[in-house]
Write a protein that binds this ligand. Structure first.
Ligand code: WT7
Length: 637
């Protein structure tokens, strides 16, 4: 496919940007009109950040799967849509052409229909990285069901919370998942979650690991048996449900500064247009590209840049089941060479971890197919940037540092590969349509260049979130209430003399651990559930590989004969409540926490201690018990 809105020069970027600000509706209309609509939209944009109300292309009817599949069949039917690389390199890979993927999506869409899934129903998908995960996502979209993919590393409790919040009556899972040398018993985790979710009517289970699972009569059914049923029914077709541009496409849960994850809602039309537009421009897609995004579909990066963005552009998307370090640290590079990958999109934490294995795993590979490299998820340090540039891109592949969030749907700030200049550790410039603004604590604009502030966006773009599921007020509070008439990202940011943006990290109580967002309050709640724990405070600290590590200060009044064991117990509780990704890296037992006279924990002080900057604690005289700070300092791990 070719895209009239692909920007090919700095001048075109400037012109597109200028038009997008002067005439946002005209700008986005002309892009949106290149997609396949069943009925044109009535109103391009309606918005009010105070409520917030955001509607793009309202009244327009479409189905995103027609844009990702049907419209490609004529020309790209025989081109691979998905190349699946299994966890075990000895196992055969699978190639699904656009035709194959289309067939499988409509087939599974019919399975969903047979199981009484209707438009608007929420379907929870908890699977490993197998092609059927993408098929389940697209099949839900095909019939207008709202998918809620839960990352395979989350615990039963986390799944139960999400199922309850979304009131999902349907679950799609696997018996198990392979990840490196581990086997994760997904169905068994689902079974534990469902103890708290009697409203779940149907669980469809794909066979992957063939690990023994319990299958409850009337509730659980095998994916393969369901497929057989639709095969005998004949009709291999499944007309795409007519969706309004503003109908919900999916919910994706993400952490914030409160204890409970929120369900970020994206809608059909705007999300489709924005993921496609950002994909085509940031990565400078060319026909024949093989795109390898190493994220999991359980996160927004996988939704937008493994599934919807690439497929809507007709690209070949590589889906990898395993991990970067198994069977050895050359696995990504094996995949690049095996499939002649042209675009590689990964996370700084993966790069840093692979750097630790030295150059040997890289040097035994060719890597000459690569044209564009990308990073996402956290600020990339210069050392990792240069390693990526030198050893992977051989100094000939532009690196795009893409800043965005679950809430933004797609990339907002990034250089465009080979078109606009890169600057190590800078996301650089906003995409056309994106109007960033920096503000101080009081919401006053910090204008000009060479300044820093809190990053907000002052005008809507098609891919932005519309609400948080079931609780619109929470959406307003979280994103639109801190500063009047602005979307607040939660990130701190610096703008250099040339106007390039550099994201400096979260300014709220949210951690970024290995590119995964984790709320400190969420971890504290989990720690506090452990018997003997009186109170806890969690902060982040710099971690060589993860970016941020989790440091927990814990007041414990239980049996403390073996400190090490108690630490493991607490970590295990956190793992059970949230998932292994939220396990604290360090747990320091303390007799008290630094609090203001009104009882608020002074996190600033704890953060400084965790960061090892004990000489920069600032004023501690207003504390309830200044003595406790000395004790904590001395006990630092
Ligand atoms: C947070 C969003 C967007 C997909 C992955 C994470 C941080 C993301 C960058 C970047 C600096 C980045 C921000 C943001 N972040 N990309 N290129 N440079 N920081 O999605 O879980 O919604 O997290 O990740 O702090 O707010 P997420």
């Amino acid at each position: 496919m070719s895209f009239p809105y692909q920007i090919r020069s700095v001048d075109q970027y400037k012109a597109a940007y200028e038009q997008s600000v002067r005439d946002p509706e005209g700008f986005w209309s002309s892009i949106a009109s290149t997609f396949q609509w069943q009925k044109p939209w009535e109103k391009t944009l309606e918005w009010d950040f105070k409520k917030p109300t955001i509607k793009w292309f309202a009244g327009g009817k479409l189905n995103i799967t027609e844009n990702c599949l049907d419209r490609h069949l004529d020309k790209l039917g025989n081109q691979p849509a998905i190349i699946w690389e299994p966890n075990d390199p000895e196992e055969h890979h699978r190639v699904l052409t656009y035709r194959d993927l289309y067939n499988k999506v409509v087939q599974f869409a019919n399975v969903l229909k047979n199981n009484d899934v209707k438009k608007g129903d929420r379907v929870c998908i908890y699977m490993g990285m197998v092609p059927e995960l993408a098929i389940a996502v697209l099949a839900s979209a095909r019939i207008g069901a709202i998918h809620s993919v839960v990352f395979g590393g989350f615990s039963a409790q986390s799944i139960a919370d999400r199922l309850q919040d979304a009131q999902a009556r349907f679950v799609i899972t696997c018996d198990g998942a392979f990840r490196g040398n581990k086997e994760i018993p997904l169905k068994s985790v689902i079974d534990d979650a469902l103890v708290q979710c009697p409203f779940v009517e149907r669980v469809i289970v794909l066979t992957r690991t063939r690990t023994p699972v319990s299958m409850i009569k009337g509730r659980d059914t095998w994916w393969e048996d369901e497929i057989k049923k639709v095969e005998t029914q004949g009709s291999p077709d499944c007309p795409a449900e007519v969706m309004d541009a503003e109908d919900m496409l999916f919910i994706l849960y993400t952490s914030g500064s409160t204890g409970k994850p929120k369900g970020v809602v994206h809608t059909c039309g705007g999300y489709m247009v924005y993921t496609n537009y950002s994909f085509v421009n940031v990565f400078q897609y060319q026909p024949g590209d093989i795109h390898f995004c190493t994220a999991d579909i359980g996160w927004i990066t996988g939704h937008s840049y493994i599934v919807y963005g690439p497929l809507s552009a007709g690209v070949t998307s590589v889906l990898f089941e395993g991990v970067p370090t198994w069977p050895d640290a050359g696995r990504f590079w094996d995949i690049v060479d095996k499939y002649k990958v042209t675009i590689l999109y990964t996370a700084p934490t993966a790069i840093r971890s692979l750097m630790g294995f030295g150059l040997e795993p890289v040097q035994r590979h060719d890597l000459s197919s690569l044209k564009v490299l990308g990073t996402v998820g956290e600020p990339i340090n210069e050392e990792a940037w240069h390693w990526y540039d030198e050893h992977i891109g051989k100094r000939k592949c532009p690196i795009v540092d893409t800043w965005w969030q679950t809430e933004t749907g797609g990339i907002l700030i990034s250089n465009l590969a080979g078109v606009t200049p890169a600057k190590p550790s800078f996301a650089t410039l906003p995409l056309p349509g994106i109007q960033p603004i920096l503000v101080d604590e009081n919401g006053k604009e910090v204008a000009g260049n060479g300044v820093s502030g809190n990053l907000c966006i002052k005008f809507p773009w098609p891919g932005m979130l519309r609400t948080t599921y079931g609780d619109h007020e929470r959406c307003r509070q979280n994103y639109f209430a801190t500063y009047d008439n602005l979307y607040f990202t939660g990130d701190g940011c610096l703008r250099d003399e040339e106007g390039n943006y550099r994201i400096t990290g979260r300014v709220d109580d949210v951690l970024n651990v290995s590119g995964h967002r984790i709320g400190t309050a969420e971890v504290e709640n989990a720690i506090n559930m452990h018997t003997g724990v009186v109170e806890s405070a969690v902060v982040g600290y710099p971690h060589d590989i993860k970016g941020q590590g989790i440091y927990a200060f814990v007041i414990f009044q239980g049996n403390m004969q073996d400190e090490k064991l108690v630490r493991l117990d607490i970590a295990s509780t956190v793992s059970r409540i949230i998932g292994p990704i939220a396990k604290p890296d360090k747990i320091q037992f303390v007799s008290g926490l630094p609090k203001t006279r009104s009882g608020k924990i002074m996190r600033r002080i704890l953060r400084k201690i965790a960061e090892g900057e004990t000489d920069k604690l600032g004023d501690t005289t207003t504390l309830l018990d200044p003595g406790v700070v000395e004790e904590i300092k001395n006990g630092k791990l």
